[in-house]
Design a protein around this ligand. Structure first.
Ligand SMILES: [Fe+2]
Ligand SMILES: [Fe+2]
Length: 572
């Protein structure tokens, strides 16, 4: 027997079964110790420190395996040890009870053969988190002298990136939400709705619930594409176990850097989820809930990568703050990005592929999105549009600050028009506001947190903008950004339309190079008609059209796609 052989504790009241299965386990490379009752198992476990426990469900006079599993989970060092239940006959109730007691999987004695048994154990062992002591230590990362930029050394080698992503298990939840969930799970008066309300507020908790509910225990009950169904499927016992496993992340808010990351990420995910649910509502309640889930989880790859590459992720964030789109910065520093991390992790967690595909599409160009054959097209489109809208508002921590316009066909599919969109945004701000009040209640006095970035625009803007254009798009992300800067926006093409009320800012834009001369001339004409003192004027056009162009006096040129930071700077 090699030193590397894993220790397994096999618990069965039947000696014949212990001998047979013990022999199979040794044959496939395990070191085996056995126990025949609950008492014996609980005595043996801390002594043997097994890396895998196989527990018979019915131990006869020796007790019952499900109780044994529950008690073992409460023992120190056994919170994450894989526990596999073994039974002669699987019933759904039994499987659910086992999951609620904290088991990771089950095997059927009746259909046992070596190949299937090995395969089943391997799959169970790959699914859940490994024992902390059994997880191989990460190879040392080369030390970077203080103050030296690690980037010149290049991203970690490919296999290192792969290995670290494969090791990702759970993102961190906001600690007080995890505690809240734990309290609810223990209270006798809590309802499913109370539970869903807590879970809905945190992408990390939501991901762990989904992961559990889509595990082998529950998969037979059908795919879970909504949180309500997930919570009902899991039951309060299962949620109690989950809450217990989430509570250990209380250090999340300890450093301002990690608190800032958590806040920005959390705000952006929650705002995206709330908006996407509203956008997808035309497709019915089910699609709306799926859109919510996709929105809540879409950027989960960011905390996952941050956990996997703690020594490099700070650099990624600094690049992003300097204007490099986040995915590009991640690829440059880490050799992978948050899209790849979330899709691979959710796939390994057995989250339904429809959800993973929709999440994987959130950075698609509009054409890519239309071309993909997505089963959850409306939820995916809802999230992609919500992402663009939030970027225009600099809400939370979007992936980059390009304000992308939303095509009319997708806005029509989601039944969106600017006035309704603005009303929906007001709801999002209210929801975030309510929640942030709770958030601040949990802060220590000495904790200085970055301000929340999702701010409602002023109710009645004091400045006026006039956009020189014939038709308004259904959704206008640039106008949203202007609203944030205290501008009310009107459109038109004639000097009469521009004159009253007199604008403080006049804008025009050209999507294509060929349109530049004519659009620029319209802008110049309107400005001329407004007389002195001339209002400020911006002309938006693709970079290729702007290089070498000398603008008429008083007109500032701005690149399309527009970026939030330069826009705000131009308007300051
Ligand atoms: Fe993203
Ligand atoms: Fe995002």
């Amino acid at each position: 027997m090699s030193d590397a052989a894993k220790r397994v504790l096999l618990v069965d009241d039947d000696r014949f079964v212990r001998e047979c299965i013990g022999a199979i386990l040794e044959h496939i490379g395990y070191q085996v110790r056995t126990a025949s009752s609950v008492d014996e198992a609980l005595k043996e476990a801390p002594v043997w420190s097994p890396e895998l426990v196989i527990l018979d469900v019915d131990l006869g006079a020796g007790g019952d395996g499900i109780t044994c599993c529950r008690r073992m989970r409460e023992m120190e060092g056994f919170a994450r040890t894989p526990i596999v239940m073994m039974t002669g006959l699987a019933s759904r109730e039994l499987v659910i009870q086992a999951a609620q007691a904290g088991a990771n999987g089950y095997v059927l004695k009746t259909t046992l053969n070596i190949a299937d048994f090995t395969d089943r154990l391997n799959r169970i062992l790959q699914g859940p988190a490994p024992t902390p002591d059994s997880a191989p230590d990460a190879p040392p990362v080369p030390a970077v002298p203080a103050g030296q930029d690690p980037a010149p050394a290049g991203p970690p080698p490919d296999q290192e990136g792969e290995r670290r992503i494969a090791k990702i298990h759970e993102p961190r939840a906001l600690p007080f939400l995890a505690t809240e969930l734990g309290k609810l799970a223990l209270s006798s008066g809590a309802t499913t709705e109370d539970m869903v309300n807590v879970i809905k507020r945190d992408p990390a908790i939501c991901a762990v619930v989904l992961r559990t509910v889509n595990s082998s225990f529950y998969r037979a009950r059908g795919k879970t594409l909504s949180l309500e169904r997930a919570v009902v499927g899991l039951g309060f016992g299962g949620l109690r176990t989950l809450a217990g496993s989430l509570e250990k992340f209380e250090d999340l808010l300890d450093s301002p850097e990690s608190a800032g990351f958590a806040l920005g990420y959390w705000q952006h995910s929650l705002a995206c989820a709330i908006l996407a649910r509203r956008f997808a509502a035309g497709g019915g309640a089910e699609e709306a809930e799926t859109a919510f889930l996709v929105g809540l989880l879409h950027d989960l790859g960011r905390p996952l990568l941050r956990e996997a590459f703690p020594e490099f992720y700070g650099e990624v964030l600094r690049d992003a703050a300097a204007g490099v789109p986040l995915r590009e910065a991640e690829q440059r520093r880490l050799g992978t990005d948050h899209l790849e991390a979330v899709c691979r992790t959710l796939t390994a967690w057995k989250i339904p592929p429809e959800l993973v595909q929709a999440i994987g599409a959130h950075h698609d160009s509009w054409d890519q999105l239309r071309r993909r054959n997505l089963e959850c097209f409306r939820p995916a489109a809802a999230v992609a549009v919500a992402e663009r809208v939030l970027t225009g508002l600099a809400a939370g921590w979007p992936d980059d600050d390009r304000i992308e316009e939303v095509p009319d066909d997708l806005a029509a599919l989601l039944e969106l028009r600017q006035p309704e969109l603005e009303r929906m945004l007001a709801d999002v701000y209210n929801d975030l506001d309510d929640f942030c009040a709770v958030f601040y209640l949990h802060m220590r006095e000495d904790q200085a947190l970055p301000p929340l970035t999702a701010q409602a625009p002023p109710e009645s803007p004091s400045r006026k903008a006039f956009w020189v254009r014939a038709a308004e798009p259904r959704v206008d992300t640039v106008a949203l950004a202007l609203r944030q800067s205290d501008f009310a926006v009107r459109s038109g093409t004639t000097p009469e339309q521009a004159a009253e009320p007199r604008p403080d800012l006049v804008l025009a834009s050209a999507e294509f190079v060929k349109d530049v001369p004519e659009r620029l001339e319209s802008l110049r004409r309107i400005l001329h008609s407004l007389g002195e003192p001339a209002p400020r004027a911006l002309f938006l056009a693709p970079e290729s059209a702007l290089s070498g162009l000398v603008p008429p006096p008083g007109i500032a040129l701005v690149n399309r796609p527009l970026r939030v930071t330069p826009l705000l700077a131009a308007l300051a």
